[in-house]
Design a protein around this ligand. Structure first.
Ligand code: FES
Ligand code: FES
Length: 200
């Protein structure tokens, strides 16, 4: 049986602390404790990409990452890349290209594409295909999605390069983020922790 540990990390621009079992998946902590349900669970074995988040500026499948390994890391979920009145360029392009049907896969694609554009603001079509090769879609077809992301990069590249990151991810700059969790759970605090948390 795993003991509770304290994990401190940055979540969508906010420093958080959680006391929980070290062997819980990041995916479950995000969805069940932080109520960030935009991150989806598909295959649970790292094959579909529906659970993709960004950790330290890299796309990561959160179903394969344990919360115990998140200490000191910078985690961004789909809720952290936009606000209700400001979609990021990838999301806008996906809408413009109608590259969405049921939408279940979409948060994962947005996160993989956003991580790519953070690392490589001007990817080729082939580089986009490679970056998205870990994301599966069963309804839309990949061409519209890849077209949308290519277009997003072109549009964003016409913006001021200094604005690049903020164009992709709203920058809190020490101010309250545009995004806020709906119900911040008791187990997650800006500092300290809750000894009473009992997660399996
Ligand atoms: S649910 Fe994580 S990769 Fe499919
Ligand atoms: S839009 Fe339905 S799985 Fe991709």
């Amino acid at each position: 049986m795993s003991e509770n540990i304290e994990v401190n990390f940055r979540l969508n621009g906010e420093n958080v602390t959680i006391r929980t079992k070290a062997n819980r998946r990041l995916l479950d902590v995000l969805r069940d404790d932080f109520h960030l349900t935009g991150t989806k669970e598909g295959c649970s074995i790292g094959e579909c990409g529906a659970c993709t988040v960004i950790v330290d500026r890299k796309a990561v499948t959160s179903c394969l990452m344990l919360i115990g390994s998140c200490e000191g890391r910078d985690v961004i979920t789909i809720e952290g890349v936009s606000s209700p009145d400001r979609l990021n360029p990838v999301q806008r392009a996906i809408l413009e290209h109608q590259a969405i049907q049921c939408g279940f896969c979409t948060p994962g694609f947005v996160m993989s594409a956003t991580a790519l554009l953070m690392e490589n603001p001007n990817p080729t079509y082939e580089e986009i295909k490679v970056a998205l090769s870990g994301n599966l879609c069963r309804c839309t077809g990949y061409k519209q999605i890849i077209d949308a992301i290519y277009d997003a990069a072109q549009q964003a590249n016409r913006a001021d390069p200094a604005e690049w990151d903020r164009n992709i991810i709203p920058d809190s700059g020490g101010r309250p983020l545009p995004w806020q969790p709906l119900n911040k759970p008791e187990v997650c605090e800006l500092s300290g922790g809750n000894e009473n948390e009992e997660q399996s």
